[in-house]
Each structure stands twice: as structure tokens, then as C-alpha cells.
Design a protein around this ligand. Sequence first.
Ligand code: COA
Length: 162
Amino acid sequence: MFTLRPERPDDGPAIEALLDTAFGPGRFAKTAYRLREGVAPVDGLSFVAEEDGALIGSIRYWPVSIGGRPALMLGPIAVLSSQRGRGIAVGLMQTTLEAAAKAGHRAVVLVGDEPYYARVGFSRVPMGRMTMPGPVDYRRLLWRELGPGGLEALQGLIGKAA
Ligand SMILES: CC(C)(COP(=O)(O)OP(=O)(O)OC[C@H]1O[C@@H](n2cnc3c(N)ncnc32)[C@H](O)[C@@H]1OP(=O)(O)O)[C@@H](O)C(=O)NCCC(=O)NCCS
């Protein structure tokens, strides 16, 4: 059975290798990476999945600013291809979304497939409500509140955390 635990500094190389195989070298060209460049992931929300000493899944969050208000951006999330369909990604998201809510974060956005992320409470951001600092398919821009009213005032340009 796999276990989930917070990421440690020595997990770095295994996570980079996992992301390279999951997303390919083009991953750094994505608009989401512009928001990550030079910014550290959110402390306490980077988790990994491990089994028999091997790292088989990873999730990280970045801090962003949406119209001047703080929010989280979920991702990247990846699971080793041979280990998919076991609930690892959903487990990583449930664990970390709970931790994020406990830590006082109010809202999370991500760019991904709505039918998949709906499993953990995400839905489409209404068209025109937010803009990304580069090309993105806005039908894939999703959000989820972490507490009542967390999305209410959230609108505008998604930028790097202030
Ligand atoms: C997306 C990813 C993280 C899911 O990891 P996982 O551990 O296999 O996910 P889970 O086991 O928790 O959930 C799997 C279920 O989600 C479904 N699913 C996976 N990707 C999906 C998608 N894009 N759209 C709809 N359903 C999807 C699977 O069919 C499976 O369904 P089932 O439970 O009915 O069998 C993994 O496939 C991956 O690493 N992909 C490559 C990287 C990637 O695309 N990351 C997300 C970028 S936004």
C-alpha cells in the first residue's frame, strides 16, 4: 500500500524525474510556470506518495495573487504511469486541500480537466472572471473554495504572489 507524506528536500531529484516523464520537456513553457518562476512552493503543502521506498506521486502548490488577493494554485500533480488509477492523486489532493484549509487558505485555482478535478470539488471559473498572464484554455481554469465565501471577491489577473 502506498503512503502519503510531506515532501523532504532530498525528494527533489526524484520529483523532477517524475514531472519530466509525466509532462515532457514542454512543461516549462506553460503559462502556469510563469507564475512559479523564482517563487517557492507553498510551505507545508508539498506531499509525495511513496511505496516500497520509491517515490510514485507528487503534488505541490504555488502562491498566487488574484486581483491582489492571495490564493493557491494547485500543481503540478503527477503519478508514475504504472501506478495510476489507484486513487493516489485523489489521496494527495484530499490530504493537501484539507491541510490548506486548516492553514487558513481560502481558495485554490488550477488549470486542468474539469471532469477529473470535479471529484475533489473543483468547477470552472466563470468566463471573464479571471485572466492568466499568457495563453490558456479558459475552459480548463478551475477553482474551489476552502471555506465559506472563499471565492466571493476573487477576480482579476492571476499573477505571482505579492
Ligand atoms: C492526472 C493524474 C495525476 C491522476 O493520477 P491517478 O493517481 O491515476 O488518479 P486517481 O487514481 O486518483 O484517479 C484516477 C481516476 O481518474 C480518472 N482520470 C484520470 N485523468 C482524468 C482526466 N484527465 N479526465 C477525467 N478522468 C480522469 C481515471 O480514469 C480514474 O478513474 P476511475 O477512478 O473511475 O478508475 C495522472 O494521470 C498523471 O500523473 N498524469 C500525467 C500528469 C498530469 O496530467 N497531471 C495533471 C495536470 S493538470
